[in-house]
Design a protein around this ligand. Sequence first.
Ligand code: KIV
Ligand code: ZN
Length: 521
Amino acid sequence: MPKAIKIFDTTLRDGEQTPGVNLNISEKLEIARQLDRLGVDIIEAGFAASSPGDFQAVGAVASAIKNSTVACLCRTVQDDIDIAWEAVKHAVDPRLHIFIATSDIHMKYKLKMTPDDVLQLTQSMVRYAKKYCSNIEFSAEDATRTRPEFLYKVVQSAINEGATCVNIPDTVGYTLPSEYGKLIKSIQQNVTGIEKADISVHCHDDLGLAVSNSLAAVMNGATQVECTINGLGERAGNAAMEEIVMTIKTRPDIFNASTNIDTTQFTRTSRLVSGLAGISVPPNKAIVGANAFTHESGIHQHGVLSEKSTYEIITPESIGLTANKISLGKLSGRAAFEHHLVEMGYTLDKPALDRAFDKFKQIADKKKTVTDEDIEAIVNDKISDVPKTFILDSFQVNSGNNMISTATVSMKINRKDMKGTHVRGNVMETENSDEVLVTEAATGDGPVDALFNAIDRLCDMKTNLSQYSLKAITGGTDALGEVSVKVEKDGKFYFGRGISTDILESSARAYINALNKIVNI
Ligand code: KIV
Ligand code: ZN
């Protein structure tokens, strides 16, 4: 009988700690629903005590999710535990996840506590949390740099107080697979009653070993793996779920283990997370990278044509990578569009559905065929919508290889949201008394620079563009172009995206989406 491995996803908590990633509630909800569909056992929805936004997001995820356990992170602090419980208590199966650092270096310099203080807090706070919830996870932060004898003691005290899962994180990505495997084994040998709890592992990728370490732990008795989609996370990231799950599935001879994950949902989940988080997946990334199933050399192509298994150890279908289906056309009505979205697994509220349908109609008018990938991009774009202070009305760009690029942009601007900044450019009143139509021109170093300069003038905003990327959603010259931008304003980063069959329009929309976030979030 294969051993059951629980998959604990922390994309919404540790993954959101990726520098520059800032998901809003509707983005988090959409990711959580997709994680539920993917079959993850536990979704860590956030760290409720860290901010009112996180509190709200954890509450929203807890109320929406019907199958997965929903966990909320908290420190060994009563207030944190109270807040976490308040946020997560409406989940079908809530979990409180309590952590404290146990390594000498963290206890001395970060916590300024003695080992006895840490031991005592572990006991008292696991006991306190247990009043609220039977499902308690305890994490010994920086476990891999903790003195093993002390780690056993702390884990023992958490188990004695009723922790149902104990996590042994490699917080700084320091350990090696053989070492980590031994540590997991030694915990089973040195902690009484450990069989009553899951042993969880949580690995960071500072040395590129997060997945290997997690797998070594599974081979040595871990029953839960904490990971993120696409390996998002602090610094170099966390262990990538798709790599761990596909390795366990591909090598039953080694692991004799199974997970509840529906692996055919990986492609879609990866695209959703990458799109909403604004972190693109490298083409050579294992499992979900664009090249993962592309065979370039003649010898490989020949081999795959005669027998796929010569060079493919997993099939594209097993991760949900199917031939791009033509799904809808410009004659498709609202009901057909909605029905198709439901079949694809989306559950949009009415305003988001209306916006997505409008966008679909605009695109279907310009593009011969609209595929499922196009629809995914349209829907993801609408999920990340924010209130619109700035709306693109029209633009014109003059550009060439021997001239200075110029752009003229007209935008509708909501005066009420401008909070003290000025509306600039050529101003015209509209039917809506709060809104003005403004037009401004600017030059730039290329068409995109000219466009962004004109938009900056109109919005009276000074930002730094720290990232710009353009991706074609499907092949062909009429493909949808998706532009992602990351802009910095007053030390904070904002991510924007825009899609259109015209890449300059995608660029303008992405930039305006980021500016709307600056004034509305
Ligand atoms: O990396 C880590 O140690 C963590 C804990 C809070 C589980 O994220
Ligand atoms: Zn972590």
